[in-house]
Design a protein around this ligand. Structure first.
Ligand SMILES: Cc1cc2nc3c(=O)[nH]c(=O)nc-3n(C[C@H](O)[C@H](O)[C@H](O)COP(=O)(O)O)c2cc1C
Length: 319
C-alpha cells in the first residue's frame, strides 16, 4: 500500500538548516513538521521561529508549522501569522512531555482537559479558516485520557491526528503501547498518523503490518540517528548506498558550516554538534566510543579531526 513518510519535529534539531541539508543528501520524507512555536505569554513571534518558517528558507520542502499552547488567542495569533506567510495548515502539539510544559497544562498535560481543547478548537474554527491538525500522545498519566478527547475532536474538520504511541509521563522511554494505539483507530472518525520508534526498515514494516489501515508514518529520532532510513524505507531495502559515509560526511559538513555561521563561538557549535552526535553515533559501529570521542574534542580542529577519524573507521568497517 502506498504510504507517506513525515518528519516528526525535534526542537533544537530539525530546523530549516537541517531540513534542507537532509532533503539534499538523503530524501525519502514527504512532509516535514517544524518544531513548535511557543509564545510564552507575549504576542510576538521570535526571530528564530520566523526564520524557520520563511518560505524562502523552505523553498524545496513541504513544511507544516506547529504551535504549542493552551490558549485560544495564542492559537489564533500563530494561525494568522503562519497564514500570512502562506501556510494553509497549523499543527497543534498535545504531546510534549516535559514536566515544566505538562504541569502548565500544555502539550501532553492538556490531554486530560477536553473542555480547554474544545475552547481552542471552537475559536480556531470560527475565527480563521486555517486547517488544523493535531499531534498528540495518548495521555499524560494513562493511555485512556485520549478517549475522552476524541468525541470533541470528532466535532471539528481536523486534517488528521498524529499519535505518538506513548504517554507523557514516560517521556521518551519505555515501549510504545501498540494496543492502546490500535484502540485509538476505532475510537475516532479522524485519520490517524502513527508515530513512535520507527528506527529501522524492519521496525517500519512491523508497524505497517500491524496497522494496515494506517498510511501515514512519522519518524523523529530515527531520522537523525540514521538519515538514510526514510529513503531506505521508501525503496524497501536494508542496503546502504556504496558511498554511505561520503554522503554522510558532506551532509555533516553542510550542517556544521551552517550552524557555525549562525551560532557564535566554539562552545555553542560544539554543543549543537554534540547533540546531533548523540543520535548520529547510534548508526556507528561503536556508539559509546564515538560519542565519547566527540565529547572530548575540545576545539574545532580537534572536532574535525575526530569526525574524520570516526568516518574513516566506519568506511573500513563492513556496514
Ligand atoms: C529533543 C526532542 C525534541 C522534540 N521536539 C518536538 C517538537 O517540537 N514538536 C513535537 O511535536 N514533537 C517533538 N518531539 C517528539 C518527536 O517529534 C516524536 O514525536 C517522538 O520523538 C517519538 O517519535 P520517534 O520515536 O520517531 O522519535 C521531540 C522529541 C525530542 C527527543
Amino acid at each position: 500500500m502506498a504510504f507517506t513518510l513525515l518528519s516528526s519535529p525535534l526542537q533544537g534539531f530539525t530546523d530549516f538548516r537541517f531540513r534542507n541539508a537532509f532533503q539534499k543528501y538523503f530524501g525519502g520524507i514527504d512532509t516535514f513538521y517544524s518544531p513548535y512555536i511557543r509564545l510564552n505569554g507575549q504576542f510576538k513571534i521570535k526571530t528564530s521561529y520566523q526564520n524557520d518558517l520563511l518560505l524562502e528558507n523552505n523553498n524545496t520542502l513541504e513544511v507544516i508549522p506547529q504551535v504549542i499552547t493552551n490558549d485560544a488567542d495564542e492559537f489564533l495569533f500563530v494561525a494568522k501569522y503562519v497564514q500570512s506567510l502562506g501556510y494553509k495548515e497549523l499543527n497543534w502539539n498535545l504531546g510534549c512531555p516535559y514536566p515544566m510544559v505538562a504541569k502548565s497544562g500544555m502539550g501532553s498535560g492538556l490531554i486530560c482537559k477536553p473542555s480547554k481543547i474544545e475552547d481552542v478548537l471552537k475559536k480556531a474554527h470560527s475565527e480563521t479558516d486555517i486547517l488544523v491538525s493535531m499531534k498528540m500522545r495518548m495521555g499524560y498519566d494513562n493511555a485512556e485520557e485520549i478517549l475522552d478527547v476524541f468525541p470533541i475532536l470528532d466535532q471539528y474538520p481536523l486534517k488528521n491526528i498524529a499519535i505518538h504511541a506513548r504517554i507523557g509521563k514516560q517521556l521518551y522511554k519505555g515501549p510504545v503501547d501498540l494496543n492502546a494505539f490500535e484502540r485509538c483507530i476505532t475510537s475516532t472518525k479522524h485519520k490517524l498518523y502513527y508515530n513512535g520508534d520507527i528506527t529501522s526498515v524492519q521496525a517500519f514494516k512491523t508497524m505497517q503490518e500491524r496497522f494496515p489501515s494506517i498510511n501515514h508514518f512519522m519518524i523523529g529520532r530515527g531520522l537523525i540517528a540514521d538519515p538514510f532510513l526514510p529513503q531506505m524505507i521508501k525503496n524497501n531495502t536494508t542496503t546502504y548506498p556504496k558511498n554511505r559515509w561520503e554522503i554522510f560526511e558532506e551532509f555533516h559538513n553542510t550542517i556544521y558550516q551552517q550552524y557555525d555561521a549562525y551560532l557564535s563561538g566554539p562552545t555553542p557549535i560544539k554543543m549543537k554538534m554534540l547533540g546531533f552526535w548523540e543520535y548520529f553515533s547510534e548508526s556507528c559501529s561503536n556508539p559509546q566510543k564515538v560519542y565519547k570521542a566527540i565529547k572530548k574534542a575540545s576545539n574545532p580542529v580537534k572536532y574535525q579531526n575526530t569526525v574524520n577519524e570516526i568516518l574513516n573507521n566506519e568506511r573500513k568497517s563492513k556496514n
